[in-house]
Ligand binder design. Structure first.
Ligand code: HEM
Length: 416
């Protein structure tokens, strides 16, 4: 029960810490709390879906539902993920082998590159199509993500924000503004009856042009903050969580040799990914602010306007997850009344809208109408290529932040 695993990052050290499953679940579902995350990084995510509350939030969520509809999900996976994975792998092959005949790479940038096309499609960003523009886009979004989660940075926060604002400006000039302008024109033509509504792209920018939110009077930069949320949420989260699955499976297969051949089986991989997601969250804590004095069912008291830090890592190791909740077990039975991944995708009104994209839409991966999910698809391809940790160069946790994530994750693709 190594409690030191869950040391509070300095940003939350003076906040009341909530770390039991039932208390966090109660807070996330309660109308007596409002969103309290991203206050320091407000200039990047402010007024976006994630930081809205009340009826306005629900309305916006319904508007954005088409971005993660079943048909959109099929499209992203088959047209935006599968061909990109093929391309990335072909490029790796071209780069050649080391002196020992093996292909080596770092999984962290590799995952981001694999996801960039989905991210661009969901947000509505054009021209992310050549190796040069892809690399540039990936780099800019990566830097933006660091600034948009500055709360967890180990670096000087002012410096990180300054860099983030400069990076956002570059992202806008090089990618976002031209893409938004194109959609403004498409929506203008649709409203003038020149093109059909069905011919409009389904993406965030187009939706916001349709509602007039592309240029809110008095808040012209709102659109960049909503775009930043979608750009960062759709890449950083999966990049943070996926490598953990490989670490856990490497350890698991050492003592469960009979499972080693199953690492290319999507059903086994889904179990492994789900269990790993229970143990590792993409952010150290979520924060909420009480709208009134609250006494939780546990008796814990939270004062009006108090900001509380919700620690998912200990909560997801609650005894409701069965024996040895600190351990990784891909055969763990799903708990009653909780998701197998625990609270990792949040709960209540702000629960992650991208979850089906990550874990797939069906439990049965052989169901032809379902999707595999980006995480499982990427893992399957990597294992088919014989992914292994590189013994000469162990993975390193992120040095620049308190995220439970790797900054460098060297692997060997033995079968490539
Ligand atoms: C491993 C992958 C992911 C994890 C663990 C994850 C986790 C979360 C969590 C915990 C929240 C709730 C935050 C809060 O309550 O304060 C959230 C919200 C959100 N996520 Fe994800 N996420 C993942 C992937 C994605 C993807 C791929 C997208 C892309 C569409 C996405 C888009 C969003 C959005 C837009 C919200 C805000 C929803 C709202 O406030 O109504 N996420 N995510």
């Amino acid at each position: 029960m190594a409690d030191q695993e869950f040391v509070a990052p300095p940003y939350v050290k003076n906040m009341q810490r909530v770390d039991t499953y039932s208390e966090i679940d109660e807070i996330l579902r309660s109308t007596a709390f409002r969103q309290g995350s991203h206050q320091e990084s407000h200039m990047f995510f402010g007024e976006s879906l994630l930081l809205m509350d009340g009826p306005g939030h629900m309305e916006r969520r319904m508007l954005f539902a088409s971005l993660v509809s079943k048909s959109a999900m099929h499209y992203y996976e088959s047209q935006a993920l599968a061909p990109v994975i093929d391309k990335v792998i072909a490029e790796l092959k071209e780069k050649g082998r080391g002196a020992d005949g093996l292909v080596r790479t770092d999984l962290v940038p590799l995952i981001r590159t694999m996801l960039h096309r989905i991210t661009a499609l969901v947000t509505g960003v054009d021209k992310v199509d050549s190796p040069e523009t892809t690399e540039r886009f990936r780099w800019l979004v990566d830097r933006l993500g660091e600034a948009a989660t500055v709360e967890w940075s180990t670096r000087d926060h002012e410096e990180v924000i300054k860099e983030g604002l400069a990076v956002r400006k570059m992202l806008i000039d090089e990618f976002l503004q031209p893409s938004l302008d194109r959609r403004r024109e498409l929506v203008r033509r649709q409203k003038a009856g020149e093109i059909a509504k069905e011919d409009l792209p389904v993406d965030l920018f187009t939706l916001l042009c349709q509602t007039g939110d592309d240029a809110r009077p008095g808040d012209e930069t709102y659109i960049w903050r909503e775009a930043a949320l979608f750009l960062v949420a759709s890449t950083q989260t999966t990049t943070h969580t996926l490598p953990h699955v490989i670490v856990h499976l490497t350890e698991w297969c050492k003592t469960h040799a009979e499972d080693a051949p199953k690492v290319t089986d999507p059903i086994f991989l889904r179990r492994a990914a789900t269990e790993s997601l229970r143990l590792h969250q993409p952010a150290p804590t979520l924060l909420r602010i009480a709208l009134e004095d609250v006494t939780l069912s546990s008796g814990r008291q939270i004062k009006k306007d108090e900001r509380v830090a919700l620690f998912f890592a200990p909560a997801n190791r609650d005894e409701r997850f069965g024996p040895d909740p600190y351990g990784f077990n891909p055969y763990r039975a799903a708990p009653h009344g909780a998701q197998a991944w625990g609270l990792t995708f949040g709960g209540g009104v702000h629960m992650c809208i991208g979850r089906p994209l990550v874990t797939g839409m069906f439990n049965r991966t052989d169901d032809l109408t379902g999707t595999e999910g980006t995480m499982i698809k990427i893992l399957r391809v990597l294992y088919e290529l014989g992914v292994e940790l590189d013994p000469a160069s162990p993975p390193q946790k992120m040095a620049v932040s308190y995220h439970d994530a790797y900054g460098v994750f060297p692997v060997i693709l033995r079968k490539l």
